[in-house]
Write a protein that binds this ligand. Sequence first.
Ligand code: DX5
Length: 237
Amino acid sequence: MTIKPPFPRPCGKISLVPSVLSADFSRLESCLKKIEASADWVQVDIMDGHFVPNLSFGPDFARAVAGSTCLGVDAHLMVERPGKFIDAFAAAGARLITVHAEAEDSLFCLKRIHSMGLAAGVALRPKTPFKRVASFLEAADLVLIMTVEPGFGGQRFISAMLNKIAAARRAINASGRKIWLQVDGGINSCTAKLAVKAGADSLVMGSAVFGARNPAGFLRGLRLKLNVGDLPCKKRF
Ligand code: DX5
Protein backbone atom coordinates (compact mmCIF):
# COMPACT_ATOMS: atom_id res chain seq x y z
CA MET A 1 0.00 0.00 0.00
CA THR A 2 1.68 3.25 -1.06
CA ILE A 3 1.88 5.93 1.65
CA LYS A 4 -0.47 8.64 0.49
CA PRO A 5 0.55 12.29 0.87
CA PRO A 6 -1.57 14.33 3.30
CA PHE A 7 -4.69 15.75 1.74
CA PRO A 8 -3.82 19.01 -0.08
CA ARG A 9 -5.11 22.32 1.30
CA PRO A 10 -6.32 25.18 -0.91
CA CYS A 11 -3.09 26.52 -2.40
CA GLY A 12 -4.27 29.30 -4.69
CA LYS A 13 -4.35 26.88 -7.61
CA ILE A 14 -7.28 24.93 -9.07
CA SER A 15 -7.55 21.26 -8.12
CA LEU A 16 -8.73 18.94 -10.89
CA VAL A 17 -10.55 15.88 -9.57
CA PRO A 18 -11.54 13.13 -12.02
CA SER A 19 -14.65 11.19 -10.98
CA VAL A 20 -14.30 7.45 -11.62
CA LEU A 21 -18.06 7.23 -12.21
CA SER A 22 -17.31 7.67 -15.92
CA ALA A 23 -14.19 5.46 -16.05
CA ASP A 24 -14.04 2.06 -17.76
CA PHE A 25 -14.34 -0.19 -14.67
CA SER A 26 -12.94 -3.14 -16.60
CA ARG A 27 -9.63 -1.20 -16.94
CA LEU A 28 -9.82 0.84 -13.76
CA GLU A 29 -6.15 0.66 -12.77
CA SER A 30 -4.90 1.70 -16.22
CA CYS A 31 -7.46 4.53 -16.37
CA LEU A 32 -6.14 5.83 -13.05
CA LYS A 33 -2.48 5.42 -13.96
CA LYS A 34 -3.04 7.48 -17.12
CA ILE A 35 -4.30 10.52 -15.16
CA GLU A 36 -2.17 10.27 -12.00
CA ALA A 37 0.43 12.86 -13.03
CA SER A 38 -2.20 15.37 -14.17
CA ALA A 39 -4.88 15.12 -11.47
CA ASP A 40 -4.88 16.40 -7.89
CA TRP A 41 -7.01 13.66 -6.38
CA VAL A 42 -9.77 11.32 -7.55
CA GLN A 43 -13.44 11.15 -6.58
CA VAL A 44 -15.59 8.07 -5.98
CA ASP A 45 -19.33 8.79 -6.20
CA ILE A 46 -21.22 6.72 -3.64
CA MET A 47 -24.97 6.43 -4.25
CA ASP A 48 -27.53 4.50 -2.17
CA GLY A 49 -30.57 4.46 -4.50
CA HIS A 50 -32.55 6.47 -1.90
CA PHE A 51 -30.89 9.86 -1.49
CA VAL A 52 -30.35 9.72 -5.27
CA PRO A 53 -32.13 7.40 -7.73
CA ASN A 54 -28.92 5.62 -8.75
CA LEU A 55 -26.99 2.88 -6.93
CA SER A 56 -23.21 2.91 -7.41
CA PHE A 57 -20.31 1.64 -5.31
CA GLY A 58 -19.47 0.42 -1.80
CA PRO A 59 -16.34 0.61 0.36
CA ASP A 60 -14.67 -2.32 -1.43
CA PHE A 61 -14.72 -0.39 -4.71
CA ALA A 62 -13.25 2.65 -2.95
CA ARG A 63 -10.54 0.35 -1.54
CA ALA A 64 -9.78 -0.92 -5.05
CA VAL A 65 -9.45 2.66 -6.29
CA ALA A 66 -7.22 3.65 -3.36
CA GLY A 67 -5.04 0.60 -4.02
CA SER A 68 -4.74 1.38 -7.73
CA THR A 69 -3.39 4.93 -7.53
CA CYS A 70 -1.09 7.19 -5.52
CA LEU A 71 -3.80 9.88 -5.73
CA GLY A 72 -5.88 10.71 -2.65
CA VAL A 73 -9.45 9.36 -2.76
CA ASP A 74 -12.39 11.69 -2.21
CA ALA A 75 -15.56 9.76 -1.30
CA HIS A 76 -18.70 11.76 -2.17
CA LEU A 77 -21.47 10.12 -0.14
CA MET A 78 -24.79 10.70 -1.86
CA VAL A 79 -26.56 8.66 0.80
CA GLU A 80 -29.42 9.32 3.23
CA ARG A 81 -27.57 8.09 6.34
CA PRO A 82 -23.84 8.88 5.87
CA GLY A 83 -23.11 8.15 9.55
CA LYS A 84 -23.57 4.45 8.76
CA PHE A 85 -20.79 4.47 6.16
CA ILE A 86 -18.10 6.97 7.24
CA ASP A 87 -15.99 4.43 9.13
CA ALA A 88 -16.12 1.92 6.27
CA PHE A 89 -14.94 4.47 3.69
CA ALA A 90 -12.25 5.73 6.04
CA ALA A 91 -11.04 2.14 6.47
CA ALA A 92 -11.17 1.71 2.68
CA GLY A 93 -8.63 4.50 2.29
CA ALA A 94 -10.72 7.62 1.57
CA ARG A 95 -8.76 10.73 2.63
CA LEU A 96 -11.62 13.17 2.08
CA ILE A 97 -15.24 12.22 2.80
CA THR A 98 -18.03 14.52 1.68
CA VAL A 99 -21.56 14.21 3.05
CA HIS A 100 -24.67 16.05 1.89
CA ALA A 101 -26.11 18.83 4.04
CA GLU A 102 -29.55 17.38 3.27
CA ALA A 103 -28.60 13.96 4.68
CA GLU A 104 -29.11 12.71 8.25
CA ASP A 105 -26.85 14.20 10.97
CA SER A 106 -24.58 15.89 8.40
CA LEU A 107 -22.87 18.27 10.87
CA PHE A 108 -22.19 15.42 13.31
CA CYS A 109 -20.72 13.45 10.38
CA LEU A 110 -18.32 16.27 9.50
CA LYS A 111 -17.02 16.29 13.09
CA ARG A 112 -16.72 12.48 13.11
CA ILE A 113 -14.74 12.55 9.82
CA HIS A 114 -12.37 15.14 11.32
CA SER A 115 -11.99 13.06 14.49
CA MET A 116 -10.54 10.33 12.27
CA GLY A 117 -7.92 12.73 10.89
CA LEU A 118 -9.58 12.94 7.48
CA ALA A 119 -10.66 15.93 5.45
CA ALA A 120 -14.41 16.64 5.67
CA GLY A 121 -16.61 18.02 2.91
CA VAL A 122 -20.22 19.17 2.85
CA ALA A 123 -22.23 19.04 -0.39
CA LEU A 124 -25.39 20.85 -1.53
CA ARG A 125 -27.98 19.75 -4.06
CA PRO A 126 -28.83 22.43 -6.66
CA LYS A 127 -32.07 23.42 -4.91
CA THR A 128 -30.49 23.77 -1.44
CA PRO A 129 -29.44 27.38 -0.74
CA PHE A 130 -25.87 28.02 0.41
CA LYS A 131 -27.10 29.51 3.70
CA ARG A 132 -28.06 25.94 4.71
CA VAL A 133 -24.36 25.27 5.37
CA ALA A 134 -23.08 28.71 6.37
CA SER A 135 -22.79 27.47 9.97
CA PHE A 136 -20.96 24.31 8.83
CA LEU A 137 -17.87 26.16 7.62
CA GLU A 138 -16.13 25.78 10.98
CA ALA A 139 -16.28 22.01 10.56
CA ALA A 140 -15.55 21.75 6.83
CA ASP A 141 -12.41 21.51 4.68
CA LEU A 142 -14.45 21.55 1.48
CA VAL A 143 -17.83 22.79 0.26
CA LEU A 144 -19.22 20.99 -2.79
CA ILE A 145 -21.79 22.83 -4.91
CA MET A 146 -23.56 20.29 -7.15
CA THR A 147 -24.04 21.78 -10.59
CA VAL A 148 -26.31 18.92 -11.68
CA GLU A 149 -28.97 16.92 -9.85
CA PRO A 150 -26.85 14.25 -8.12
CA GLY A 151 -27.16 10.67 -9.34
CA PHE A 152 -25.73 10.40 -12.83
CA GLY A 153 -22.73 11.52 -14.86
CA GLY A 154 -22.95 13.14 -18.28
CA GLN A 155 -25.59 15.76 -17.40
CA ARG A 156 -25.66 19.43 -18.40
CA PHE A 157 -24.18 22.11 -16.14
CA ILE A 158 -26.89 24.14 -14.34
CA SER A 159 -25.68 27.72 -14.94
CA ALA A 160 -28.06 29.04 -12.29
CA MET A 161 -25.58 27.59 -9.76
CA LEU A 162 -23.00 30.29 -10.62
CA ASN A 163 -24.63 32.70 -8.16
CA LYS A 164 -24.52 30.06 -5.42
CA ILE A 165 -20.84 29.40 -6.16
CA ALA A 166 -20.13 33.14 -5.85
CA ALA A 167 -22.06 33.32 -2.56
CA ALA A 168 -20.11 30.36 -1.21
CA ARG A 169 -16.81 31.98 -2.27
CA ARG A 170 -17.70 35.18 -0.41
CA ALA A 171 -18.63 33.25 2.73
CA ILE A 172 -15.47 31.10 2.63
CA ASN A 173 -13.27 34.17 2.16
CA ALA A 174 -15.05 35.93 5.03
CA SER A 175 -14.51 32.89 7.27
CA GLY A 176 -10.74 33.22 6.90
CA ARG A 177 -10.51 29.41 6.76
CA LYS A 178 -8.75 27.35 4.06
CA ILE A 179 -11.76 25.59 2.56
CA TRP A 180 -11.94 24.17 -0.96
CA LEU A 181 -14.91 25.31 -3.03
CA GLN A 182 -15.62 22.33 -5.26
CA VAL A 183 -18.13 22.01 -8.10
CA ASP A 184 -19.36 18.77 -9.61
CA GLY A 185 -21.58 18.07 -12.57
CA GLY A 186 -21.33 18.99 -16.25
CA ILE A 187 -17.83 20.45 -15.83
CA ASN A 188 -15.91 20.65 -19.11
CA SER A 189 -13.39 23.08 -20.60
CA CYS A 190 -16.11 25.72 -21.10
CA THR A 191 -18.09 25.42 -17.86
CA ALA A 192 -14.83 25.06 -15.88
CA LYS A 193 -13.91 28.65 -16.77
CA LEU A 194 -17.35 29.88 -15.66
CA ALA A 195 -17.14 27.99 -12.37
CA VAL A 196 -13.60 29.23 -11.61
CA LYS A 197 -14.57 32.80 -12.50
CA ALA A 198 -17.48 32.48 -10.02
CA GLY A 199 -15.05 31.34 -7.30
CA ALA A 200 -14.63 27.55 -7.51
CA ASP A 201 -11.11 26.19 -6.89
CA SER A 202 -11.80 22.46 -7.20
CA LEU A 203 -13.40 20.88 -10.26
CA VAL A 204 -14.86 17.35 -10.35
CA MET A 205 -15.11 15.94 -13.85
CA GLY A 206 -16.27 12.52 -14.98
CA SER A 207 -17.32 12.37 -18.63
CA ALA A 208 -15.08 15.28 -19.71
CA VAL A 209 -11.99 13.39 -18.48
CA PHE A 210 -12.76 9.73 -19.14
CA GLY A 211 -14.65 10.54 -22.33
CA ALA A 212 -11.61 12.34 -23.74
CA ARG A 213 -9.34 10.56 -26.26
CA ASN A 214 -6.41 11.58 -24.06
CA PRO A 215 -7.62 12.10 -20.44
CA ALA A 216 -4.24 13.28 -19.14
CA GLY A 217 -3.87 15.65 -22.09
CA PHE A 218 -7.34 17.04 -21.37
CA LEU A 219 -6.37 17.73 -17.74
CA ARG A 220 -3.06 19.35 -18.68
CA GLY A 221 -4.75 21.48 -21.32
CA LEU A 222 -7.47 22.55 -18.90
CA ARG A 223 -4.91 23.59 -16.30
CA LEU A 224 -3.15 25.75 -18.86
CA LYS A 225 -6.49 27.17 -20.05
CA LEU A 226 -7.30 28.13 -16.44
CA ASN A 227 -3.87 29.82 -16.22
CA VAL A 228 -2.79 27.74 -13.28
CA GLY A 229 0.31 26.07 -14.65
CA ASP A 230 0.15 22.49 -15.88
CA LEU A 231 1.03 20.53 -12.75
CA PRO A 232 -1.16 19.54 -9.80
CA CYS A 233 -1.07 21.38 -6.47
CA LYS A 234 1.84 20.34 -4.27
CA LYS A 235 0.58 17.51 -2.12
CA ARG A 236 0.80 19.16 1.28
CA PHE A 237 -1.26 20.07 4.27
C1 DX5 B 1 -23.51 13.09 -10.11
C2 DX5 B 1 -22.05 12.78 -10.10
C3 DX5 B 1 -21.43 13.37 -11.35
C4 DX5 B 1 -19.98 13.00 -11.54
C5 DX5 B 1 -19.39 13.90 -12.58
O1 DX5 B 1 -24.11 12.58 -8.98
O2 DX5 B 1 -21.46 13.34 -8.93
O3 DX5 B 1 -21.56 14.77 -11.27
O4 DX5 B 1 -19.32 13.11 -10.35
O5 DX5 B 1 -20.01 13.58 -13.80
P1 DX5 B 1 -19.89 14.53 -15.09
O6 DX5 B 1 -18.56 15.25 -15.01
O7 DX5 B 1 -19.95 13.57 -16.25
O8 DX5 B 1 -21.04 15.47 -15.02
